[in-house]
Write a protein that binds this ligand. Structure first.
Ligand code: A3P
Length: 290
């Protein structure tokens, strides 16, 4: 199989061209023993909630809008996943303050994270759109099994038989994490609606004091179109056997509400009923109606 310009060693999601393993025991052990620094910033997401968007945003907010990293370093190296094997290879090259991403639930974060002052930006997305995005991702990602029909994939999603388990468990773990002012919650939908406002919010949270000019510059470079055209962010460096954008591009639609084009009324009722039941008794607000 072909290897990309950056070679097998740098592929994200634990991909190799010949192995379908998304995470290894070693990478998870490495994550558990990882030494989190007080200045670290984590973007935490359930998969398909806007992780790579934050991989684009965070370095720019933290470095005052210098575009060099997003034009020269692939996103999986620039802001690596805590739980994936490329972290060990790139950790010494990370700019300070370090930005990392993770899909781990709160309970699986390393002990050093809990005792640190590291900050977290938790990105939530409407689970119906997550499911749609994930359905297409399963078709294009070589390391994931075929999703079957949309109906079959909905069964798996609702049962948590997908990467990182149930969406409701993930959201509950982070919404109830009691990290106080160390955690900021933001939604994918807010970012779609008003990216500059979201960037101001992120910049304030991280104490970055960015000017309006820099905010506008970052917003322009983190737009869906700019990211689609950025080879360091659109996964075009990945071998086709790992990610086949002819089947579905990673940066697919970038909108809120695509679920309306996919869910039947029966599927909507079933989805809403299962998710609402699992969130019963939770006090955190949901920004969308289920
Ligand atoms: P869609 O498949 O609905 O288009 P993740 O990075 O967590 O896997 O999430 C991927 C989703 O985020 C995809 O959603 C992708 O298009 C969307 N996304 C990534 N960058 C974006 C941007 N700049 N604007 C809007 N959506 C973006």
């Amino acid at each position: 199989p072909k290897t990309g310009k950056y070679g097998e060693a740098y592929l994200p999601f634990g991909f190799t061209c010949t192995s379908a393993k998304a995470h290894t025991t070693e990478s998870l052990e490495y994550a558990q023993n990882f030494c989190v620094e007080d200045t670290d910033v984590f973007a935490i997401t359930y998969p398909k909630s806007g992780t790579i968007w934050m991989q684009e945003i965070l370095p720019l907010v933290l470095n005052g809008g210098d575009l060099t990293p997003i034009h020269t370093i692939p996103n999986w190296e620039r802001v690596p996943w805590l739980e994936e094997k490329q972290l060990a290879r790139v950790v010494d090259k990370l700019a300070s303050p370090r930005a990392l991403v993770s899909h781990l639930p709160y309970s699986l974060m390393p002990p050093s994270f809990c005792t640190s002052k590291a900050k977290v930006i938790y990105v939530m997305r409407n689970p119906k759109d997550i499911m749609v995005s994930s359905y297409y991702f399963h078709q294009m990602a070589g390391c994931l099994e075929d999703p079957g029909t949309f109906e079959e994939f909905m069964d798996k999603f609702l049962e948590g038989k997908v990467m990182f388990g149930k969406w409701t468990d993930h959201v509950k773990s982070w919404r109830n994490s009691e990290l106080g002012d160390r955690i900021m919650y933001i939604t994918y939908e807010e970012m779609v609606e008003d990216l500059p406002a979201s960037l101001r919010h992120i910049s304030d949270f991280l104490g970055c004091n960015l000017t309006e000019e820099v905010i506008q510059k970052i917003a322009e470079h983190c737009s869906f179109k700019s990211m689609q055209n950025n080879n360091m962010s659109n996964f075009s460096l990945m071998p086709k056997v790992c990610m086949d954008s002819d089947k579905s591009p990673f940066l697919r639609k970038g909108i809120a509400g695509d679920w309306k084009n996919h869910f039947s009324s029966e599927q909507l009722a079933r989805f809403t009923s299962v998710i609402s039941k699992e969130l019963e008794g939770e006090s955190f607000p949901l920004p969308w109606s289920l």
